[in-house]
Design a protein around this ligand. Structure first.
Ligand code: FAD
Length: 466
């Protein structure tokens, strides 16, 4: 057991929390979305939460943690879904929430600290010069920019801009290493892929430069159809309509909209599938013309509704908020993350709908992927057993629809089931003792792990909390 009294002395002047209930609170994320992760990670907790105010305090914390061999797990707002921010070996949770300043705003870009909440950043850049982030997760009201870059993938706006993996969607990251004398590195270009979506396993991000786009007073629109595939075809046609500026296109199958979008329920008929949309105000006339031609019934518009009081943003019906809204009413649901590679993505979706019906109610997100319009999906799943969930995953994969498994806490198993050699090599350089967010990168813990053996990786460090 590390000597936490000495550690606290060595971190004097930096905000530290050691009350077990509060430490436990800051050791959680939205892992409970998955019944499998809930069982595996429920008892995980850190020993201390350290909240640095600036980069110097991050450096001091990492230096002390390195000297004592204490694991450090970074945390933004803890809205990740796969236990990414959960300290599987205990130790320190490094809470970046107090590093929340915007440093510079320029035409087309912003420089900020990692802990700023995304909606706050957008508010400030909009007030400054009518700009906003190109895209954000549906958790914009709570999630941090640093957590999005280190743990997220894309979101509201990805229909125009693609995802975080695309060159140019992150401009620069400043990263502190976990060494006896921590170094500060500036990464740009391809080097950004070393730490973006690496769950903080190979460096602590202390400064972020992100590109900006023009900000609009986006109009929230819901379009209703009696059949989910009609919603999907409407969405596909709209996504390919070059002139209409949209920020979000998400077709969602009945019964989800009526049964779980409780604040919008007065506008939605039972049995109606819905497309959730955000349209630029100056594109509304063109959109109305498109809808009339494509037989979309407009059932809700934020620019004409009497009052928006109590009605959430449209984007808070989409992405993983769809899952959240269903789970709030019926905890028997879980979900999957599916890719439907084009150009026959609509046919692939139709096949899955035909096979699974109401066991897997559909939810798609239209996005730009490698320059093409495609859709990914976050379908709900009426959970019965782990075996059936695995079967559903296999059937998707057998039909050419890869699954990014949200029921796994490792980078590899949640992604493409292979080692990311770039991120591993960077970890060898920046975290030689393997103290940053242990257990999340299989390649580091167990280079011989066989992804084809059909077994899931179980991090030995979890044994201490089981
Ligand atoms: P956290 O959960 O705190 O951290 C995420 C990861 O980043 C962790 O591994 C953590 O260790 C690491 N990390 C945090 N800060 C740093 C840092 N400064 N340096 C290094 N590593 C760091 N994700 C999407 O991509 N798109 C969506 O639309 C989306 N919608 C969601 C909707 C709901 C309802 C929920 C619950 C989740 C959703 N997510 C989505 C997942 C999650 O919200 C996003 O990934 C979010 O951006 C995470 O931000 P956070 O501040 O909460 O990060």
């Amino acid at each position: 057991m590390p000597d936490y009294q000495t550690i606290k002395k060595e971190l004097e002047g930096i905000a530290i929390e050691d009350n077990p209930a509060l430490v436990r609170q800051k050791s959680r994320d939205f892992y409970w979305y998955s019944p499998i992760l809930k069982a595996q990670l429920d008892n995980v907790t850190a020993d201390l939460v350290v909240t640095p105010k600036n980069e110097q305090e991050v450096i001091q914390t990492l230096k002390v943690a390195f000297a004592h061999g204490v694991p450090v797990t970074p945390r933004g707002a803890g809205t990740g879904n796969y236990g990414q921010a959960m300290p599987l070996s205990g130790g320190i949770v490094l809470n970046l929430a107090a590093m929340d300043r915007i440093k510079e705003i320029h035409p087309g870009r912003v420089v900020c600290e990692p802990g700023i909440v995304i909606a706050q950043l957008d508010k400030q850049t909009k007030a400054h010069s009518g700009q906003e982030l190109r895209f954000h997760p549906s958790t914009a009201q709570t999630a941090t920019v640093g957590g999005f870059v280190a743990g997220g993938s894309g979101g509201v706006g990805s229909i125009t801009w693609g995802g975080l993996r695309d060159l140019g969607n992150i401009l620069r990251l400043r990263v502190v290493t976990m060494e006896a004398e921590p170094r500060v590195l500036d990464l740009t270009g391809w080097d950004l892929q070393k730490v973006s979506h690496a769950y903080g396993t190979n460096g602590i991000i202390t400064e972020i430069e992100m590109p900006l786009a023009p900000a609009y007073d986006w109009v929230d629109v819901l379009v209703g159809h009696d059949d989910f595939m009609a919603s999907v075809r409407f969405s596909d046609a709209l996504a390919k309509c070059n002139g209409i500026l949209v920020k979000e296109i998400a077709p969602i199958a009945a019964p989800i909209p009526h049964d779980y979008f409780t604040r919008h329920r007065p506008y939605i008929r039972k049995g109606q599938s819905v497309v959730v949309l955000m349209i630029a105000p100056h594109s509304m006339d063109a959109f109305l013309a498109f809808s009339a031609a494509h037989k979309g019934e407009i059932i809700f518009r934020s620019d004409t509704v009497e009052s928006m009081k109590g009605i959430p943003h449209a984007y808070e019906l989409a992405w993983n908020h769809t899952t959240l809204r269903a789970l709030k009413v019926d905890p028997g649901f879980t979900y999957l993350q599916v890719q439907y590679p084009g150009p026959d993505h609509v046919a692939k979706v139709a096949k899955m709908v035909e096979i699974f019906g109401d066991e897997v109610p559909g939810h798609l997100e239209f996005i730009r992927f490698d320059g093409q319009i495609q859709c990914s999906g976050l379908p709900l799943v009426r959970y019965s057993t782990e075996e059936r969930l695995e079967e559903i995953i296999k059937i998707h994969q057998d039909h050419g629809c890869p699954i990014f498994n949200p029921h796994r806490y490792t980078l590899e198993e949640g992604g493409m089931k292979r080692t990311d050699k770039v991120q591993l090599a960077f970890k060898q350089e920046t975290d030689p003792r393997g103290l940053l967010n242990p257990g999340k990168m299989i390649a580091w813990e167990n280079p011989d792990f066989d992804f084809n053996a059909g077994k899931n990786y179980l991090f030995p460090g979890l044994a201490s909390v089981m």
